[in-house]
Ligand binder design. Sequence first.
Ligand SMILES: C[S@@+](CC[C@H](N)C(=O)[O-])C[C@H]1O[C@@H](n2cnc3c(N)ncnc32)[C@H](O)[C@@H]1O
Length: 346
Amino acid sequence: MRYIGNKTRLLPFILRALKKGGIAVGSVHDAFAGTASVSRALKAQGWRVHSSDLLMSSYVFQRAYVVADSADPLLSEMAKDLAALAPRESFISRNFSPARGGDGGEGQGRMYFTPANAGRIDAAREELESWRKAGKVGEDTYYLLLAAIIEGADRVANTAGVYASYMKRWQPNARRAFEISPEVPVKGSQPARAHLMDAIDAANTIGEVDLLYIDPPYNSRQYVAYYHIPEILARGWAEALPAIRGKVGLLAGEEGRSHWSHGRRVQKLFSALLSATTATHALVSFNSEGHLPPGALLSLLTKASADGKVTHFSQRYRRYRADSDRVGRHYHRDIALEHLYMVRLR
Ligand SMILES: C[S@@+](CC[C@H](N)C(=O)[O-])C[C@H]1O[C@@H](n2cnc3c(N)ncnc32)[C@H](O)[C@@H]1O
């Protein structure tokens, strides 16, 4: 899924750093799991994975891509059935799509999904919930299908990559039909556990692990505001309608908001996390475009290090940035530097 900070393309770099650092396969806490890309790769390498994140959408990915070990043999049939349902006009249609027949002009609703796709997404999300309630799907299958609905909706979302705003004209991807393509779970030799929880609280409850992987937000962006629609899809609306507000329908309330996005608190939070963990080693992903200066990170890691040493790895990578200010998707290619720091904590 398109997600700021998604490490999918940096997985070889992360795995190489672990190897170069002499870290043997063991147990790991991926404290800011996001799309669960790192947890998933480590599970495939034989690690026993604990993952955590504040967002329900991340929890869905952790359950689908890391915890789930096997899929129902009928998984693709079920996905096809969900995608083929007659459209329904429910929460997504009412709040994130222009009225049927409207062209989406001012005052006709938020243009995140075409009315046809919004109706399909509503139908699939509601039907899946009723399958779960009726015991028609097991928990692994439920999360695999829910993750596929969130990813399918993301592929047809009329945005420049994040949900902070929608485009004022329908983009080619938004005109394509919503599809549900569930992934086949990764087989792992060790069971995994997902936690819908703050990183420090999770470190306190998980118990002993060998490695802590830290990939927090490094700027003031709140993920719950940039990805409010995936979050609404993850939480669902069977029990209560989500309270939303403002021009783009952000989630009202504090749930999912992170203290790590406040520049002044991040050093204290980092130190608290390093004290809370039982891990022998910590591996930190870092980019220098955020509110934590590299010198400050280095000094707090040196303080936490058992031998006073901090190992640094870096890699240049090509990234694509969407220009959200203009009509149409314009991607700029530029070169960014990704850093990893490794310390022995005990
Ligand atoms: C840079 S992203 C992680 C990306 C992830 N490694 C991936 O490959 O997709 C940061 C994540 O931290 C989560 N987050 C923010 N504050 C948190 C907290 N206090 N505890 C746990 N997760 C938090 C955000 O929801 C977001 O998913």
